[in-house]
Design a protein around this ligand. Structure first.
Ligand SMILES: *[C@@H]1O[C@H](CO)[C@@H](O)[C@H](O)[C@H]1NC(C)=O
Ligand SMILES: *[C@@H]1O[C@H](CO)[C@@H](O)[C@H](O)[C@H]1NC(C)=O
Ligand SMILES: *[C@@H]1O[C@H](CO)[C@@H](O)[C@H](O)[C@H]1NC(C)=O
Ligand SMILES: *[C@@H]1O[C@H](CO)[C@@H](O)[C@H](O)[C@H]1NC(C)=O
Length: 842
């Protein structure tokens, strides 16, 4: 349109090879927005207030709707859902009465009180939920996913991701911005997306593009085949670690090469989800047949999926990773040969002592003789081969150094990828089919934080208790017996006192060592066991292939998970449906509510633009050094009892127990304005000690920041803030711009800005001023006790040099950081929301 998106922008993208290192900004219009309730509530509040404003100006309020489709997933309120993980284990009973019987275990790591918790949370959040429900009915293009449906990214993967948008008669690729740093998970499914701040998300909903630096794209080539014992977790961790070494901060990563086809969508999503760990903006996996298969498995409409596929094929976006003629050009290419991923265990005493599986036997034998220590048991050389014979339930057995007596899968933290657990189950199943069993004296257990599992295992006969019995024989031979455990990092105190060596291993390896009965085995050369027909069975004979695991995953796990999620929706649906939400197009604000309040952003707004005026004789509200973060500006945590926000809430009849956090009160501007600069760790140069206070210069009094701002406002004095480098660092927060605006801050003068925070200030009509290169408050001799007159010329240009006069007579220049014509337009309108209101009202 030559306003939001110009010809030059398109040319810059086409010309990426030339301009990629030049920090060129390009506008990006994502296909949709995803919000969670903490950020969603203030967005819906703003939209509701904008409708009121349009009506006041004589326009049609119903014109205010998200222009870009938005999904709001309510997940933050129900805390317990974060801890609920669903695991599946398919296998065969290894011994006991039901030997060989297949079983499928489904268990959840969560307390039985989920429903109770849900009800409680629902009651507590009722006010906000009613408001959101109103929003979902009043606005077009806004969908609300009721609480309890699942955590936001799972819902995004399983329900919301379109992959290809089908909107207004057009197909186009799906892309998304979300108000959460883990939005990147969706890149695993071929949907480009990342996290943004609240004001940016609102701007996108209003049809505005995101202005971003044209990114460098690092091509990450995956080659080769993983070694047999390698699990998905091993691969994910290796890729993550590698990307951290490569250095991809602020860049895009795109995966290609034949190795990608070996990764399931769960693997891809896990790698993409770890973006914040290695600093990439997005880690993208283009769509291939596996992604298409996933869409079908998660219950999407088959016909729609076929349209998706055809469209992607037609535009050349459906990738066959094995066909290298489809490989794109990248800024830089790095490679990982999957064959080099080495499966490891760690131990025998500390989690940080890694041992490659192929070295386990040798390493253990070295430890046996070594001096007592983290890697030593100091067993005399002539006793290394001690054997203790015993009889257990009528059979003869032998124990030696390295005998496995405990094998346990005890992880609740590394289970986002069910394929590893499935691998363990399949291995157990295949061992049974080959005629192998675990020696009955080995205590095996599987207890990812849940009593339910133990119950299932006991029911299926796959459980035994005998370690005390075995202990005596261990003591008798002074044996170094072994425990093999999966996942959990702190094995001290968890494991039996008589297992002197304890190794951490992946769940399938736990099963393998349990079957072998010893840690002193080289899987390459020695069989796990010999079956009743005298056949030697090697680990490689029964290790499930990635393909076998994926087949089972597709057949059982994914539909099962889907069903589980669906059931949860049904239970909360009742309460959600029962909520009483008004059906009017304008929201009837409840003056009693302390959560939802109409913000004063649009008070006195007129249709006609007012020429921006020079800011006369502003006082400095606060004077900061470097690296003031958005959390200093607008804290999200507890509301301190002696703070202005607390005094406000108490005046509304609330007790401190009912305060809740700033995060949950983002729908109430009165709380959020009082919470601005209320961080107890605030360091303000005007005050000797740290804390949320400042000097009110006309009176010389020291006051809470909000109270000082109020006094200035009553006397009609404008305010500015002085800052050092990287002002507004940290995660983007809309209230870090809205709050200062409400306090009457007209401009910030800083050495530099965090990128998104600067654009948030612009969005609220607050002027981001920047010292000229080489200058700062020190070099200009500013104390902050002066009064500042900021001269705004009538004709403005992007990045204009403007003059600032002090009441001391001194004059200096600064850059007005409105970087584009679009940003200047917002400024003329007093911010992006006002701009939209005028546009819709006229
Ligand atoms: C590889 O991809 C190219 C481009 O899409 C296509 O023309 C070619 O037929 C493909 N080759 C094979 C073997 O599939
Ligand atoms: C022993 O293993 C072989 C090869 O896997 C298999 O064919 C045979 O049935 C097994 N014997 C028993 C008794 O399980
Ligand atoms: C479990 O996950 C954590 C990070 O979430 C990782 O550091 C650890 O190595 C993982 N453990 C295993 C056994 O994969
Ligand atoms: C939840 O309720 C809505 C009506 O508000 C209905 O359309 C939907 O099918 C219900 N979902 C489930 C899973 O019961």
């Amino acid at each position: 349109d030559e306003f939001l998106v110009k010809k030059g922008d398109v040319e810059n993208i086409l010309n990426w090879k030339v301009v990629q290192h030049k920090n060129v900004e390009v506008p990006f219009k994502p296909a949709r927005v995803i919000l969670q309730d903490f950020t969603g509530v203030p967005a819906v509040v703003d939209f509701a207030a904008m409708r009121d404003a349009v009506k006041k100006l004589g326009g049609d309020p119903e014109k205010i709707n998200p222009i870009c489709p938005a999904d709001l997933v309510i997940d933050h309120s129900i805390q317990v859902d974060f801890n609920s993980l669903i695991l599946f284990l398919l296998g065969s009973c290894i011994y006991g009465e039901n030997i060989g019987e297949p079983y499928l275990i489904i268990f959840t790591c969560r307390s039985d009180s989920l429903k109770k918790n849900q009800d409680l949370e629902f009651e507590r959040n009722k006010e906000r939920f009613e408001f959101l429900k109103w929003g979902s009915q009043a606005f077009k293009n806004m969908r609300i996913i009721p609480p309890g449906s699942g955590i936001i990214h799972q819902v995004n993967l399983e329900y919301l991701a379109r992959v290809v948008m089908d909107q207004d008669g057009y197909y186009y690729p799906d892309s998304v911005v979300g108000t959460d740093s883990h939005t990147t998970m969706i890149d695993g499914l071929g949907v480009l997306g990342w996290g943004v701040g609240g004001i940016e998300a609102e701007a996108v909903m209003l049809g505005q593009p995101i202005s971003m630096v044209l990114p460098e794209v690092v091509g990450y080539k995956l080659l080769g085949n993983p070694q047999p014992l390698v699990t998905s977790t091993d691969i994910v961790l290796t890729v993550t670690k590698h990307l951290r070494q490569v250095g991809v901060v602020g860049k895009f990563v795109e995966f290609f090469g034949p190795g990608v086809a070996q990764l399931s969508i769960a693997d891809r999503a896990t790698i993409a989800n770890m973006c914040p760990e290695y600093g990439a903006t997005a880690a993208y996996f283009p769509v291939d047949d596996i992604s298409i298969g996933y869409l079908i498995q998660t219950g999407r409409d088959k016909e729609k999926v076929m349209c998706t596929k055809k469209y992607l094929e037609a535009v050349g976006m459906l990738r066959d990773f094995k066909n290298s003629s489809q490989d794109p050009d990248f800024t830089q290419v790095v490679e990982l040969d999957l064959h080099t991923v080495v499966p490891c265990c760690s131990g025998p005493k500390r989690p940080q002592d890694k041992v490659a599986v192929s070295d386990m036997k040798k390493d253990f034998e070295t430890c046996l003789g070594a001096k007592q220590g983290f890697k030593g048991f100091q067993i005399a050389p002539d006793r290394h081969n001690t054997i203790v014979k015993f009889n257990f339930e009528g059979c003869d057995f032998e124990l030696a150094h390295g005998s496995v007596v405990i094998a346990a899968i005890t992880s609740c933290t590394n289970t986002s990828n069910p394929s590893v657990m499935l691998g363990a189950g399949l291995l157990a199943k295949k061992a049974v089919e080959a005629g192998l069993t675990v020696k009955p004296y080995i205590k095996t257990s599987l207890s990812p934080g849940s009593g339910v599992v133990t119950y299932y295992l006991r029911e299926s006969g796959c459980f035994s208790y005998c370690s005390t019995f075995v202990s005596n024989f261990l003591l008798q031979g002074d044996l170094v017996a072994v425990g093999v455990l999966s996942g959990n990092r702190n094995f001290e105190g968890r494991v039996h006192p008589n297992t002197r060596a304890n190794y951490l291993a992946s769940p399938p390896l736990v099963i393998a060592y349990a079957i072998a009965g010893t840690i002193r085995i080289d899987f390459e050369k020695e069989p796990l066991g010999i079956n009743a027909s005298g056949k030697k069975i090697f680990l490689k004979d029964i290790w499930p292939t990635r393909n076998e695991i994926q087949v089972v995953e597709h057949q059982f796990v994914i539909p099962g998970m889907f069903k589980e999620v669906y059931q949860k929706i049904e239970t909360v649906n009742e309460s959600w449906n029962a909520l009483d939400a008004p059906s009017d197009k304008l929201y009837t604000w409840n003056p009693k509510s302390t959560y939802i309040k109409s913000p004063p952003f649009f008070d006195g707004l007129t249709l006609a633009l007012q020429t921006p005026k020079t800011i006369e004789d502003a006082y400095v509200l606060l004077s900061f050094g470097d690296s003031v973060t958005t959390d200093h500006i607008s804290p999200a945590g507890n509301i301190a009892r002696n703070s202005p926000a607390a005094r406000y809430l108490m005046s509304r009849g609330l007790t401190p127990r009912e305060f809740n956090s700033y995060g949950s009160r983002r729908g109430n501007d009165a709380v959020m304005a009082r919470g601005t600069f209320a961080n107890i760790r605030l360091v303000n140069k005007f005050i000797d000690k740290q804390g949320p206070q400042t000097v009110h210069f006309p009176s010389g009094e020291i006051l809470d920041v909000f109270d000082a701002a109020e006094r200035y406002k009553q006397a009609g004095h404008p305010l500015i803030v002085l800052a050092g480098k990287e002002y507004g660092a940290g995660s983007s927060r809309d209230w870090a711009a809205k709050g200062p605006f409400l306090l009457g801050v007209k401009a910030v003068l800083a050495e530099s800005y965090e990128r998104i925070h600067r654009s948030n200030l612009v969005g609220m009509g607050v002027i981001p001023l920047q010292y000229l290169p080489g200058e700062d408050a020190g070099s200009l001799g500013l104390t902050g006790r002066e009064r500042y007159t900021i001269i705004i010329p009538e004709k403005l240009k992007p990045q204009m040099n403007i003059q600032i006069k002090l009441d001391t007579g001194k004059t200096f220049h600064a850059i007005m950081r409105f970087d584009t014509d679009v940003e200047l337009t917002y400024f003329h309108n007093g911010g992006i929301l006002n701009y939209m209101i005028r546009k819709m009202a006229s």
